[in-house]
Design a protein around this ligand. Structure first.
Ligand code: ATP
Length: 233
């Protein structure tokens, strides 16, 4: 569903990603780990086509992102949860969810059942539908950002550090929901700093260090790997 083939990126003259080879197959939950500044968000931006790869190729759902364009990801079945949630603070929760839905299907009759599914998955959202998104707590915002990505029933969800800023209790809840979404058949790329949490629910993982993939493998192996521990964990 997602492939980075020997990808380099740079910010001006400063190289960032180098020779990144990564893939996410249908049905997998893959975790991309790495310390601050390793290039995780750059990878997210590159996959979304916001940052252009200087070299190599990025394919999403079998299509070259450079040709496809970021704006077509949603209708192709890709849901995005960007770092910092990026809700529209001056719109209500309901309006934020409607935008997530409309990005996938032009206003159609099926919004209500999808909204109902999201309220069932995130009960707190139901109580907050008329509230401005900017006035929600951090935990509520995290749930709305995830619901906005899920409301169009994506096949692939890409999440950039979704647990950042959440309390330990909420992180636990958030990871349980992520695991549940995966169990229901959604493919997930989870970009995380919380390595133990991320790997505990992932099938496979990649450790990014200074813009390069320093290690990759099954999540269980990475969790117990001395090399991964010395690199990052
Ligand atoms: P964190 O976990 O702290 O969010 P990260 O692994 O997501 O880190 P990136 O946000 O990808 O790291 O940043 C990697 C490096 O690229 C950092 O040194 C950052 O300052 C730099 N960088 C990111 N965006 C830009 C930009 N638009 N212009 C110039 N440099 C940038």
């Amino acid at each position: 569903m997602l492939e980075l083939n020997d990808v380099d990126t740079a910010y001006g003259a400063v190289p960032m990603l180098r020779n990144v080879v990564m893939s996410v197959q249908a049905g997998e939950l893959v975790c991309l780990l790495g310390p601050n500044g390793a290039g995780k968000t750059t990878t997210f931006m590159t996959v979304c086509g916001v940052v252009r790869a200087q070299r190599g190729k990025v394919s999403v759902m079998g299509k070259d992102i450079a040709v496809l364009g970021t704006e077509n990801l949603a209708s192709l079945g890709v849901g995005l949860v960007p770092e910092g949630r990026r809700l529209f603070p001056g719109l209500t929760v309901l309006e934020n969810l409607r935008l997530g839905y409309d990005a996938v299907s032009a206003r159609g009759p099926n919004f209500e059942p999808q909204l109902e599914k999201m309220c069932a998955l995130f009960p707190r959202i139901r109580e907050r539908l008329r509230q401005l998104a900017g006035t929600l707590s951090g935990g509520e915002q995290a749930m709305v950002a995830l619901a906005r990505a899920l409301i169009g029933e994506p096949k692939l969800v890409i999440m950039d550090e979704p647990s950042l800023g959440l309390s330990p209790k909420l992180i636990g809840e958030y990871f349980e929901i992520t695991q549940e979404i995966h169990r229901r058949g959604t493919t997930i790329l989870l970009i995380e700093q919380n390595a133990e949490m991320g790997l505990s629910i992932a099938d496979r993982g990649y450790v990014l260090v200074k813009g390069k993939v320093a290690q990759e493998g099954p999540a269980k192996e990475l969790l117990s790997s001395k090399v991964a521990k010395s690199l990052y964990l």
